[in-house]
Unconditional design. Structure first.
Length: 508
C-alpha cells in the first residue's frame, strides 16, 4: 500500500516501520483500533496511508556506511530547527571495528534551557538556541572556522578524546566501544523534549523543537536498523535528564531491545519534586498545563514526561518487565545543580531557595530502589561537588571510600555486569546509609504501563505560533557559570574541540 501511494520502496519501508511500531501488524488494525478508526472515519487502509504520509516527513536519512571507521561526521538535520531557526545538527559515529551490529548508542549533549524573553536573551542561556550562534558568540569563531566545522568531513575520534566532549567511546575499554552511535547536539534549550513554537513577551520567538528533533533522529535510526537488540541512551547534566525521559521512547520503538539509560549529574528535576511541579504548571513548552497553548504540535507524540509523582520512573520500569534499566551517578553537593537555584530566582517567580535538593534526591532514589523491578535501577552517590564526572575523567573526589570507584561502577553496569563482583546483588552505593524501608516511601500497588510512543514526528514549518501570554518559569537544566568563565559545559568543550580540529585541518 505504501508503495502504491508514495511510489517508492523506501517510503513503503517507512510505512511498514511506522505501522508495525504503532499497531504490531496491519491485521491488528481491525481489532483494538477499530473504535478509534470508526470515530475518525478511517478504514484500516486509511490508517496505514496516514501513517505512511507522516513517515515521509519524519525520517532522517542517516548515511550509515559513509563514515570512516574510527571517525565522526557532523551532519545537518534538514528540516529540523534549532531554537533560533537554524538547521539542527548531529554527529554520526562509526567505530574503528564494528563488534556489535545489533547494538547502538546515543549520547545527548548537556545544555541549559530558556523559558521567557529575559532568559532566552541571557548572554549564556541564549547561546543554546543555535549552533552557529554558540560557536560565534561564545567561542568567537569566524565564518571560515564555522564553515569548516559544518563541512561534513570525517573527523578522527582520537582528535576529540583529549578535549572530553562527553562520554564517547574513545578507548577499547569503553562500555560502548565497537558500537555505532550518534552524538546528539542540543540547540533548542528544552531538554530535548520541546514540541512548541513559542512567542514570549514583546514578540520574542523561539522554536523549542528538541523533542521533535530527537524523535526525527530516532526514526532515522529505526528506518535503517529496525531490529536492534541493545540500545543505550545517556548524557550528563541536562543530557542526563533527557536520557531518563527518552528511555521509554527508545523501548517503544525497539520492542525487542534491552535499553539502558545512563544519567550523569542529572538531579536538577526529580519525580515528585517542587521544581518539576512548577515546571509542569508554568513553562510554555512543558508537557503539562503550562505548555497547553497554540504553539504546541499536538500531532507529535513524545514519551510521557509526567513526573508529578515520586513513582513516575519506577512505574515506567515496571511497564517493560525488566528490559529497561536506569543508572544514576552524582555528587551530593553538585555545584551546577545548587547554582541553578540562583539562576531560577533570577529569571522566574519561582523561589529557588524553597527546593530542598538533598531531601528530594534521597526521597527519589529511595523510592526508585524500593519500587522498581529488581535489577532495573542502579545508583552511585558520592559526597562531592563535581559535575558531569564521566566527561571530567572520573575525579577521585567522586569516589566513595571503602567501595568500588564510580568509574568501575558505571563501566560494569553499562556492560551488563553486577556493579561489584564481590557483592553481585548490591545495586546502590551511597556515601551515607539510607534504609529502603523508610515508612514514607510508598510504592504504587498498580504499576501502570507507559503509553506507546508514536514513531513519527512531522517536521513543523518555521511559522511561529500566535503570541502567547508570557509565563515566568524556572530553568530546569544546568547552566555553566557565566560570571567567572572558568567552568564550562560539555557543549563548550565540544565546540572547543571543533575549533582545534578545524585549525589542524587548515594548517595541514
Amino acid at each position: 500500500l505504501g508503495a502504491n501511494i508514495m511510489g517508492t520502496s523506501r517510503r513503503a519501508d517507512r510505512c511498514r516501520i511506522c505501522c508495525n511500531s504503532l499497531f504490531g501488524s496491519p491485521g491488528s488494525l481491525t481489532m483494538a483500533s477499530r473504535p478509534h478508526m470508526q470515530k475518525a472515519g478511517l478504514t484500516p487502509a486509511g490508517v496505514v496511508a496516514v501513517c505512511c504520509m507522516l513517515s515521509v516527513v519524519a525520517g532522517l536519512d542517516i548515511p550509515f556506511g559513509e563514515v570512516a571507521p574510527g571517525h565522526i561526521r557532523f551532519l545537518p538535520m534538514e528540516g529540523s530547527l534549532c531554537g533560533d531557526g537554524e538547521t539542527a545538527w548531529y554527529g554520526l559515529i562509526e567505530p574503528a571495528v564494528l563488534k556489535e551490529p545489533d547494538a547502538f548508542f546515543v549520547e545527548i549533549m548537556g545544555g541549559a534551557v530558556c523559558f521567557n524573553k529575559t532568559s532566552c536573551e541571557d548572554s549564556w542561556l541564549g547561546a543554546w538556541l543555535g549552533i552557529t550562534r554558540f560557536l560565534k558568540e561564545k567561542l568567537r569563531l569566524d565564518d571560515t572556522y564555522v564553515g569548516m566545522l559544518k563541512s561534513g568531513n570525517n573527523i578522527p575520534m582520537s582528535l576529540l578524546a583529549p578535549l572530553r566532549p562527553g562520554y564517547l567511546p574513545f578507548t577499547d575499554t569503553h562500555p560502548y566501544a565497537g558500537l555505532r552511535g550518534v552524538y546528539f547536539t542540543t540547540c533548542t534549550a528544552d531538554v530535548s523534549m520541546g514540541r512548541h513554537n513559542v512567542t514570549y513577551e514583546d514578540g520574542y520567538s523561539a522554536y523549542h523543537h528538541g523533542g521533535i528533533n530527537f524523535l526525527t533522529m530516532l526514526n532515522g535510526v529505526k528506518e535503517k536498523m529496525p531490529d536492534l537488540k541493545k540500545f543505550a541512551v545517556y548524557g550528563g547534566s541536562g543530557g542526563g535528564v533527557a536520557a531518563s525521559v527518552w528511555m521509554q521512547g527508545v523501548a517503544d520503538l525497539w520492542p525487542s531491545a534491552e535499553v539502558t539509560a545512563f544519567v550523569d549529574s542529572g538531579f536538577h528535576m526529580m519525580p515528585g519534586g517542587e521544581f518539576f511541579n512548577f515546571f509542569w504548571d508554568n513553562v510554555a513548552w512543558s508537557p503539562g498545563p503550562g505548555g497547553d497553548n497554540a504553539g504546541r504540535y499536538d500531532s507529535v507524540v513524545l514519551p510521557t514526561f509526567d513526573w508529578r509523582h515520586q513513582n513516575a520512573i519506577s512505574s515506567q520500569l515496571h511497564a517493560y518487565n525488566g528490559r529497561v534499566k536506569v543508572v544514576y551517578i552524582g555528587c551530593s553537593e553538585d555545584y551546577i545543580v545548587f547554582g541553578d537555584r540562583a539562576t531560577m530566582s533570577k529569571y522566574s517567580a519561582f523561589d529557588g531557595s524553597s527546593i530542598h535538593q538533598l531531601p528530594e534526591m534521597w526521597t527519589f532514589l529511595t523510592n526508585l530502589h524500593k519500587c522498581a523491578p529488581a535489577g532495573s535501577a542502579f545508583s552511585y552517590i558520592a559526597n562531592c561537588s563535581k559535575h558531569h564526572m564521566s566527561r571530567e575523567g572520573w575525579p577521585e573526589e567522586a569516589d566513595i571510600e571503602g567501595v568500588i570507584t564510580m568509574q568501575s561502577f558505571t563501566e560494569r553496569v553499562l556492560k551488563g555486569l553486577p556493579p561489584d563482583a564481590a557483592d553481585p546483588d548490591r545495586t546502590h552505593f551511597w556515601y551515607v546509609d539510607k534504609t529502603l524501608e523508610d515508612d514514607r516511601t510508598v510504592c504504587e500497588a498498580d504499576q501502570t504501563p507507559a503509553p506507546t510512543l508514536a514513531p513519527t514526528a512531522p517536521t513543523p514549518t518555521p511559522t511561529l505560533a500566535p503570541t502567547l501570554a508570557p509565563t515566568p518559569a524556572p530553568i530546569p537544566m544546568p547552566s555553566p557559570s557565566s560570571n567567572t568563565g572558568v567552568e564550562t559545559s560539555s557543549a563548550h568543550r565540544f565546540a572547543v574541540s571543533f575549533a582545534l580540529i578545524a585549525a589542524v585541518t587548515i594548517s595541514a
